[in-house]
Ligand binder design. Structure first.
Ligand SMILES: [Mn+2]
Length: 331
């Protein structure tokens, strides 16, 4: 797998004789970085007068829809979109490196003439023609910005806002470990091109529903401490959603809440999903504790400080006991 940089990617986009059109896509349940990167690269292709569409397997989360000012993003429909994936098409895949994370779109991408992956996650699967990978990068959106920088085009305001939101959300508002001096230099340029930090923060974090905040209250109330106060455990059984009139979608950012407690360096959240007996376990850590191996024990994976797993046919209370026991090994 030959690894490319931002300049190489721009070169590929500029010398694309065999390519008639581009499909930009990203992972199931897209986050700010996924949507921000997709709109960022779309805007660049617009400046280059290329035909491009953004087609995602999932719908855009409500709080991110405002970024898509021109309503470009389409949600995948097999009958409508399948025939677009052909020899003359180049697919640009953002913020993931395993085609499984694309759902149904994953298989279709393999029939495209060219596949480009731009991503910052570990352990890429070999399925694309070109990889621009940077695991040091705090977000994929930063990498998209670097491609813009190599081009002769000045950043559009839509791209500046989208890339800013990608960076802000993937760095936990500029506090996660991969936030670098470069991150801030890039953001300075985004502000120069029309991104407004107060407005964008409020659009993402300041539009919660009353029900959503009540759910957060109940979730915080559920926190238990174990292993001498080093492990925080948040418990979200299905009834907590029924009581507050919310769903699992409303738990964005909850997993790291336990890390706000002094002395806690591992926060685990167990969520009972709607389908019977399916549980989601989220792991967040700090102070050099890696959660990835623990997530793998439960059939999942991820980064050192943030990982997750899904457990089928799991009894909530039994899994809770197993998780507490397995976590002990990390201290
Ligand atoms: Mn990302």
């Amino acid at each position: 797998m030959k690894e490319l940089n931002a300049k190489d990617i721009l070169n590929i986009l500029e010398n694309n004789d065999g390519v008639d059109n581009y499909i930009i896509t990203t992972h199931i349940n897209p986050d700010g970085d996924a949507i921000g990167s997709a709109l960022g690269i779309y805007e660049l292709l617009q400046k280059m007068n290329e035909k491009a569409r953004i087609i995602n397997i999932s719908s855009t989360p409500d709080e991110l829809i405002f970024l898509d000012e021109n309503k470009i993003i389409e949600q995948f429909e097999l009958e409508k979109h399948a025939e677009l994936f052909d020899e003359k098409t180049c697919t640009i895949i953002l913020d993931l490196n395993d085609p499984k994370r694309l759902g149904e779109i994953g298989k279709l991408c393999l029939s495209c003439g060219e596949i480009i992956v731009i991503d910052h996650h570990l352990f890429p699967k070999p399925f694309a023609h070109h990889y621009y990978m940077d695991v040091e990068s705090a977000s994929t959106a930063e990498m998209v910005w670097k491609i813009w920088q190599e081009s002769a085009h000045s950043l559009s305001e839509i791209a500046a806002k989208a890339i800013y939101v990608g960076i802000m959300t993937d760095t936990g508002s500029f506090r996660f470990d991969r936030t670098s001096a470069d991150t801030f230099r890039i953001c300075a340029n985004l502000l120069d091109n029309g991104a407004d930090p107060e407005y964008l923060y409020n659009m993402i974090h300041g539009r919660n529903s009353h029900a959503g905040l009540r759910l957060l209250g109940s979730s915080l109330n559920s926190i238990e401490l174990h292993h001498g106060g080093r492990l925080s455990l948040m418990l979200l059984p299905h009834k907590i959603f029924e009581e507050t009139g919310t769903s699992q979608k409303d738990t964005e950012g909850f997993a790291s809440q336990g890390l706000k407690i002094a002395g806690v360096n591992l926060a685990i959240t167990i969520t009972e999903l709607k389908s019977p007996d399916e549980l989601r376990i989220s792991f967040r850590s700090r102070d050099g504790i890696s959660t990835r191996e623990l997530a793998e024990e439960f059939g999942g994976g991820g980064h050192s400080y943030a990982s997750g797993a899904r457990v089928k046919n799991g009894d909530f209370n039994k899994i809770k006991e197993v998780v507490i026991k397995s976590a002990k090994a990390l201290f």
